[in-house]
Write a protein that binds this ligand. Structure first.
Ligand code: ATP
Length: 358
């Protein structure tokens, strides 16, 4: 069932937390609401669920207006499943009873069937009699997910559902959750402040800025590879920042010129370079610069597992030295002080006006 938020705005007293937020979640789609701490993500989720009263805009679930200027459908009639960061499992109830809790309106035989199905879906068959405190954090999360899915909600709203898990367990639980949601085919809006998590889980991402406006929404690749602003580029992943100025339609960098056809002559810019956009090759220090490449001096190199991180220093404007990071696939560990040739992958390099690159 689809969810549509239209021009939602919200304030707590004088403090404006959401401004003109519009976004949609298609039937069976997983959308992530991403943003820095305090930008209003939880508030938006609570408004969609009906736990917070809508102040401006409209909310539709499955094409029906559930909140608008004269409409407020109560939370229990919106057919929405909720899963919050703390899971809110009942400690005195076992897994079976926790999952049955949300199914009180059904006939006993149907309750039992739904419970069994939800536990199987969440990979918890056999844990019916266990109490929450005897389960790992990951298993508790799965019980909470099973409880949210058991009533077969039309829409699932997840608020930072993995943030209480340690990082290794989190990867596994995220993966399990993604597949559970896909199997259930349920429309999901998930809040997170972690860009990698949003890209892992979401078919689409809506990124909120600190002022409660949407900075950009689209597929993860759109935000990562075609960011609308410096904020989007740096929120989605690490970037190296180099100052520059537009001269005759391009910006000079230590690795060659970059086209900036849409910016007026003389504009002060920031060049944002993803670490994986710096393609490195070993190079004898005294050789001439190969065509179209720059050179950089290695200050450190470390193997990070799948990639190597190479720290480089390059000459910047006015005699300054810039420190930049390159991320290279596999093992590439030049020595400190070695000079490397650098080619820039312009598809992962962005030029923004200096004032909008923050
Ligand atoms: P986080 O990632 O830190 O949870 P968030 O993006 O989910 O943040 P919200 O929890 O929606 O942000 O809060 C947005 C802002 O509104 C914050 O400044 C918060 O302090 C404020 N806020 C939230 N709920 C209330 C409330 N009931 N009364 C007053 N202010 C509130």
């Amino acid at each position: 069932m689809s969810l549509v938020l239209e021009h939602v705005a919200h304030a707590f007293g004088d403090r404006v937390v959401l401004q003109d937020v519009s976004l949609g979640v298609g039937a069976g789609e997983i959308v992530c609401l991403l943003g820095p701490s305090g930008c209003g993500k939880t508030t938006l989720l609570r408004i969609a669920a009906g736990l917070e009263r809508l102040q401006a805009g409209r909310i539709l679930i499955g094409g029906r207006v559930v909140a608008g200027p004269d409409v407020h459908v109560p939370p229990e009639e919106r057919g929405v499943g909720l899963l919050f960061q703390d899971y809110a499992l009942f400690p005195h109830l076992n897994v079976r009873e926790n999952v049955l809790f949300g199914l009180t309106r059904l006939a006993p035989s149907e309750r039992a069937e739904r419970m069994t199905q939800a536990l199987a879906q969440a990979g918890l068959a056999g844990y019916e009699e266990a109490y929450p405190h005897t389960l790992s954090g990951g298993q508790q999360q799965r019980v909470a997910l099973a409880r949210a899915l058991a009533p077969r909600p039309r829409l699932l709203l997840l608020d930072e559902p993995f943030s209480d898990l340690d990082s290794r367990l989190r990867d596994q639980v995220r993966d399990d959750t993604l597949h559970t949601l896909q199997r259930a085919g349920i429309s999901t809006l998930m809040v997170t402040h972690d860009a990698e998590e949003a890209m892992f889980m979401g078919e689409r991402i809506a990124l909120l800025r600190e002022d409660g406006r949407i900075a950009q929404s689209g597929r993860p690749a759109d935000l990562y590879l075609s960011p609308a602003s410096g904020f989007v580029a740096s929120f989605l992943g690490e970037v190296n920042r180099l100052p520059g100025r537009v001269e005759r339609g391009s910006v000079g960098t230590p690795f060659g010129p970059l086209a900036a056809p849409d910016l007026p002559e003389g504009t002060r810019v920031e060049v944002l370079i993803r670490p994986e956009a710096l393609l490195l090759e070993r190079w004898a220090d005294d050789a001439d610069a190969p065509e179209g490449r720059g050179r950089a001096r290695v200050t450190a190199a470390r193997m990070l597992g799948r990639t190597s991180m190479v720290h480089l220093s390059v000459p910047g404007p006015n005699g300054a030295t810039l420190h930049i990071h390159a991320r290279v696939p596999g093992q590439f560990l030049p020595k400190e002080d070695e000079v490397v040739a650098v080619t820039l992958d312009s598809t992962r390099t962005f030029v923004f006006r200096a004032e909008s690159a923050a």
